[in-house]
Design a protein around this ligand. Structure first.
Ligand SMILES: [Zn+2]
Length: 414
């Protein structure tokens, strides 16, 4: 007896058991995982994944930066594939679900197609991206970043961990320096299932997060330089006090984020005054500004406003100013049609769902640069992640995997 494609469901117990088995590789000390990129435990996790993928009928290729692609043939095997996956590396005190869920739910989709004898027109590929976490080798999302052209292969090879070990050497050592070019791949669609890593779905009793995009962020260091002088003898109007510029700059920066409500964010997380004495006007103030918004154009406009504001207040108060960009995560808007498809798939399966913007970075940020991409979130307990106590319910994980299954079926066409 064959199951009609629309009646297919993933095997929740098989998915859960695989997540549990993976959690035993590089198990942490408090119930979570320590399976950092390119360690022996990462190698063991990768090897287990490859065994599972081959057993599910896939052929496996590894690219120059260790990204793994497990491919299930399509009826039209020359057609651009549908890609789904995430990462297997974890933080030093990471959870059992972050990344792993995206890989193993995609594997579960392939197992379900294989067990039911369902052929898709397009090939389906399960991807394991290298070094997503960025805790051993900076930057995060490195493997997908090389494929998207954000970094070169050599740049990746030259990254070093805290002990000075090179990414390229460690990749070679664990046997995952492949030969397939790490370059943009033609893909019909890319999906990444992930735990939310935030509290919204759980607090609203909602099962599926339909992710519209990833918040963009800029980090700046702002330095205001005036002249240090005695707090007593110097009249207020004869000072070059950097605070005179800092106050309108900070108020103005908050107003920039408020004008971009509800998604605009501005955070000033620190303030350093020099020399830092109670009875001395500081000569120098230095503080970081963190600006965020999910829409690239809005975020860029916020940045331009901040720069103009700092400059104008500097001139007005005779304060020298510098604004240095120290980090940037581009705002990503996922493919509108694919987001609609995930939403209607979740609704069609009878799951409660809502749209969300991801506050955290994911490999999908990079795949969206070369292929239509969308993400599926499921709740996690207390919104907790990057913590060994990270938890998610088998029922929610199964629901997300069923949304992934039917999103893949619709894009890969049975
Ligand atoms: Zn992740």
């Amino acid at each position: 007896m064959t199951t009609e494609p629309q009646d297919l469901r993933i095997d929740a117990a098989r998915l859960w058991n695989s997540i549990e088995e993976m959690a035993g590789i590089g198990a942490g000390i408090a119930g979570g995982c320590n399976r950092q990129a390119l360690t022996d435990d990462d190698r063991r996790g990768r090897e287990r994944f490859i065994e599972w993928a081959r057993a599910a009928g896939c052929t496996v290729t590894v690219d120059q930066v260790g990204n793994i692609f497990a491919r299930r043939r399509g009826r039209d095997d020359a057609a651009a594939p549908v890609l789904a996956g995430s990462h297997l590396d974890t933080q030093a005190t990471g959870g059992r679900f972050d990344g792993v869920y995206g890989v193993l739910s995609a594997l579960e989709v392939v197992r379900t197609l294989e067990a039911s004898g369902t052929r898709t027109r397009r090939p389906v590929e399960v991807v394991v991206w290298t070094n997503e976490e960025g805790c051993r080798f900076v930057p995060a999302m490195l493997g997908s970043g090389v494929v998207a052209g954000a970094y070169t292969v050599d740049y990746a090879y030259e990254r070093r961990d805290a002990d000075g070990k090179r990414f390229g050497d460690e990749l070679e050592r664990i046997g995952f320096r492949g030969t397939a070019p790490a370059a943009p791949r033609p893909c019909a669609a890319v999906f990444e299932a992930h735990i939310e890593q935030g509290p919204v779905l759980e607090s609203e009793g909602c099962t599926i997060g339909v992710v519209e995009g990833i918040q963009g962020a800029y980090w700046f260091d702002v330095v205001l330089t005036g002249q240090s002088c005695h707090a007593g003898p110097t009249p207020m109007d004869m000072r070059r006090d950097p605070w005179s510029a800092a106050l309108p700059i900070i108020a103005g920066a908050f107003a920039i984020a408020q004008r971009a409500a509800p998604w605009g964010r501005c955070t000033v997380g620190d303030m350093q005054a020099q020399p830092g004495a109670r009875n001395t006007v500081p000569g120098r103030l230095a503080f970081p500004v963190d600006l965020r918004h999910p829409d690239r154009a809005v975020l860029d406009a916020m940045v331009a406003e901040l720069r103009a504001l700092v400059q104008a207040e500097g001139v007005r108060h005779r304060i020298d100013t510098t604004v240095e960009q120290v980090w940037h995560m581009p705002a990503t808007r996922f493919d509108a049609q694919l987001v609609d498809l995930v939403e209607s798939t979740a609704g069609g399966l009878g799951y409660t769902h809502r749209r969300l913007v991801s506050g955290a970075g994911h490999d999908s940020l990079h795949t969206a640069r070369f292929a239509p991409t969308a993400m599926i979130f499921v709740p996690c307990k207390g919104g907790l992640s990057h913590n060994e106590a990270e938890d998610a319910s088998p029922a929610d994980l199964a629901a997300g995997a069923n949304v992934l299954l039917h999103s893949i079926l619709r894009t890969a066409q049975t």
